[in-house]
Design a protein around this ligand. Structure first.
Ligand code: SF4
Length: 204
């Protein structure tokens, strides 16, 4: 099965139509910083709390670090993240949202995954953000054979046609939350059993 058919099957399992709606760059940037070393559910709750009170960079730039920390307390390393978020909000309020990979990477707490998320989901620039779901599933399926997420991004760029980059993270994150879970993946429900390296290795 080629990689485009794998993506088509994932889309089918999730009932996704594959359309990508561009999102607010500032919120994606802050949410991705919140997501580091944090479970998806806690990230989403913390982002909701934070944006309920401070929904724009100008407002967030004036918040105290202590207040930001109290709103994002459910995420890992929340004190460090609160300081970074304040810095980022001030920077964006003063200079506007960075639109280039190199400029995004200069912000504190922003790594390749975060910068790629902003490029892909906010500006529609082809990029492959690699988080733990993308890294795990790509290796389970045998699309790549890598140890660290950073290596996975480059390896995926060699096997994925560029037209598939934009939706890849979005699909695989949902697939990882619902079916190909970190522990006890629902292989019996999965349409990719036949081609999955991991599934076939545990059966033999
Ligand atoms: S067969 Fe199992 S391990 Fe392989 S992709 Fe499907 S859910 Fe994941």
């Amino acid at each position: 099965m080629d990689v485009e058919s794998i993506i088509k099957n994932v889309r089918m399992m999730l009932g996704e139509r594959g359309s990508l709606k561009l999102k607010d760059p500032f919120k994606v940037l802050i949410t991705t910083v919140l997501s580091q070393r944090t479970r998806d559910e806690n990230t989403s709750n913390a982002a909701k709390e934070l944006f309920k009170k401070y929904d724009a960079p100008e407002k967030l730039s004036k918040a105290s670090v202590a207040d930001i920390a109290s709103l994002i307390k459910k995420t890992g390393f929340y004190k460090v993240k609160a300081k970074r978020i304040k810095f980022i909000a001030k920077h964006v309020a003063l200079h506007g949202m960075p639109k280039k990979f190199e400029d995004l990477m200069k912000l504190p707490g922003v790594g390749r995954k975060t910068a790629n998320c902003v490029l892909a989901y906010c500006y529609g620039v082809p990029a492959i953000p690699v988080d733990t779901h993308v890294h795990r599933i790509s290796n389970r399926l045998g699309l790549v054979n890598t140890k660290r997420p950073e290596e996975t991004e480059n390896a995926l760029k060699n096997v994925l046609p560029k037209k598939c980059w934009l939706e890849f993270n979005l699909l695989f994150v949902k697939f990882g939350q619902k079916i190909c879970r970190p522990i006890n993946p629902l292989c019996n429900k999965c349409l990719l059993k036949g081609v999955c390296k991991y599934y076939n290795s545990i059966r033999n």
